[in-house]
Design a protein around this ligand. Structure first.
Ligand SMILES: Cc1cc2nc3c(=O)[nH]c(=O)nc-3n(C[C@H](O)[C@H](O)[C@H](O)COP(=O)(O)OP(=O)(O)OC[C@H]3O[C@@H](n4cnc5c(N)ncnc54)[C@H](O)[C@@H]3O)c2cc1C
Length: 468
């Protein structure tokens, strides 16, 4: 072994191909040790010991570890506070270099700054762009003057794009991955067995559950299947909630099992322009959160801060969470979230609008519920999506445009297939009545609407008018 060692700290980039941090370390002399920290600072917000995201991460780490073994290396997985462990590990192993991908969330930025500070006297450190094509500060009106509207942002994003923006990193490793997992090298650290996801989670007090909905080996297959079967018709199919019209790649993008460069490259090659626009929305919201970190907690639009008269109705909130509002599309969507840890984008817009407008419940409560359950939970996109629906965000839905959940259902689930899939009480109901079953004479084991659409709409508009 040469004397030079690079530690590559994996976070939202859980893969071994087209990997900016690994490629950066491979570009230097010496060997590399990839490391992942089951970070207790992050885990503190996970209230469910069987959270499916933890199983997804554990299974991914196991698959990375298997691949590294074929290259003579191992993935080092530690449990504890990353802020404290990374500098201590670099010191203990005598690393010359620590590399990780940039993370733009407020808490992650603070953590990375703290780590960089502690590493200053120990070794070189570098954070490199990986999870986006363009970092927040790369697409702005002028230096640190961010766009607040999507269309001009996306125009500049597109005109800034050159072929190298989406080019994959070369990952030629020449057998330089190392295995520093043995006890003697890592004494004083809680090392988890990356090869065994069940034991790994158990050692931290969590339960592993195999998840057939989100196989960790599926990322690139999903991308090619989407490009082949659905990308051409995405402009229409993306809104049809019962169809396989979107890629369902969001959890894979969230944790970096797939490279966004590869996604954008394939989109450009296939002429999937509308789909590329969605990848740009993802970067737009990352940029918004970067420049307006307070928007994670507060209304992005200062005009609405502290002045909206939200309703405090725990029964309504509970009915919404359980999918028992009496509006079939809302209920199907909320139950899809509970069953799959994922929800179709059109359905997310409908349920978020329903919570904030029909029930006039604070968007933060909806955002927090999604944060607990979404496989793809990403603070920037979630806060962005919620504030869009609540009309408090940047480039948001105007407050007077209140989705009619029945019309949304008729339009985007015309046969009621989505409803039937998730709301078994309505499985036998005919397509022409399934969108508003309470209007029928026959009795169903399904709740009547908890609010009336027309009056709820009027009250929502009044709430915004009074505030603004
Ligand atoms: C209230 C609300 C909350 C949301 N919360 C999240 C969240 O926590 N995490 C998340 O990744 N997305 C979130 N979205 C955006 C969007 O719903 C999901 O990204 C999308 O449904 C994922 O499905 P897909 O992978 O099939 O998307 P596709 O349609 O195949 O799109 C490809 C990718 O583009 C990105 N993308 C698509 N639409 C959006 C969008 N509107 N905003 C930002 N990125 C987008 C995603 O990374 C997605 O995987 C939210 C939207 C709303 C309205």
């Amino acid at each position: 072994m040469t004397s030079k060692l690079s530690l590559v700290w994996l976070r939202r980039d859980l893969r071994l191909y087209d990997h900016a941090a690994l490629a950066t370390a491979l570009g230097r002399d010496g060997v590399l040790q990839p490391v992942f920290i089951f970070d207790t600072d992050i885990l503190a917000s996970f209230s469910n010991p069987s959270d499916r995201r933890l199983s997804f991460i554990a299974a991914t780490l196991s698959s990375i570890d298997s691949s590294l073994k074929t290259k003579g290396g191992r993935l080092l997985v530690l449990h504890g506070s990353a802020k404290e462990l990374i500098p201590r590990l670099a010191n203990k192993l005598g690393a010359n270099f620590v590399c990780a991908a940039e993370d733009y969330e407020p808490v992650s930025r603070a953590r990375d700054e703290a780590v960089a500070k502690q590493l200053a006297g120990i070794c070189e450190v570098s954070f490199v762009k990986d999870q986006v094509i363009f970092a927040p500060c790369e697409v702005t009106k002028a230096k640190d003057d961010p766009y607040k509207v999507y269309t001009p942002y996306s125009r500049l994003w597109r005109s800034t794009l050159v072929p190298t923006s989406t080019a994959a990193y070369s990952m030629k490793d020449d057998g330089r991955y190392s295995d520093l997992c043995e006890k003697a090298k890592t004494e004083g650290f809680k090392v988890l067995d990356a090869g065994d996801p069940v034991a790994l989670l158990a050692a931290c007090g969590y339960h592993y559950k195999e998840d057939s909905l989100w196989p960790v080996t599926d990322a690139r297959t999903r991308l090619s299947r989407f490009i082949k079967n659905a990308a051409d018709d995405y402009g229409r199919g993306r809104d049809m909630v019962a169809e396989d019209g979107t890629s369902r790649l969001s959890p894979y993008l969230r944790f970096g099992l797939i490279s966004v460069r590869e996604c954008a490259h394939e989109a450009l090659k296939a002429g999937a322009d509308k789909w590329l626009s969605e990848l740009i929305w993802r970067e737009f919201y990352a940029m918004i959160l970067y420049y307006f970190p307070e928007s994670a907690q507060q209304e992005w639009n200062p005009k609405y801060r502290g002045v909206l008269d939200w309703s405090h109705n725990p029964e309504h909130l509970d009915a919404w969470k359980r999918g028992m509002t009496g509006y079939p599309m809302v209920d199907a969507a909320m139950r899809q979230l509970l069953a799959e840890g994922w929800m179709h984008n059109r359905a997310r817009m409908v349920v978020a609008s329903f919570l904030t407008k029909h029930l006039r419940i604070d968007w933060r409560l909806g955002e927090a519920h999604f944060a607990q359950l979404l496989m793809d939970y990403d603070m920037a996109s979630n806060v962005g999506g919620w504030q869009w629906a609540a009309s408090t965000g940047t480039d948001a839905q105007p407050y007077f445009r209140v989705f009619n959940p029945t019309l949304q259902s008729e339009k985007f689930d015309p046969n009621g297939d989505y409803i039937r899939k998730y709301v078994p009480e309505l499985r036998e109901v005919r397509s022409d009545v399934i969108h508003a079953p309470s209007k029928q004479k026959f009795k169903l084991n399904y709740p009547a609407p908890i609010v009336d659409h027309s009056s709820a709409r009027e009250q929502a508009i009044a709430m915004f008018k009074t505030a603004g």
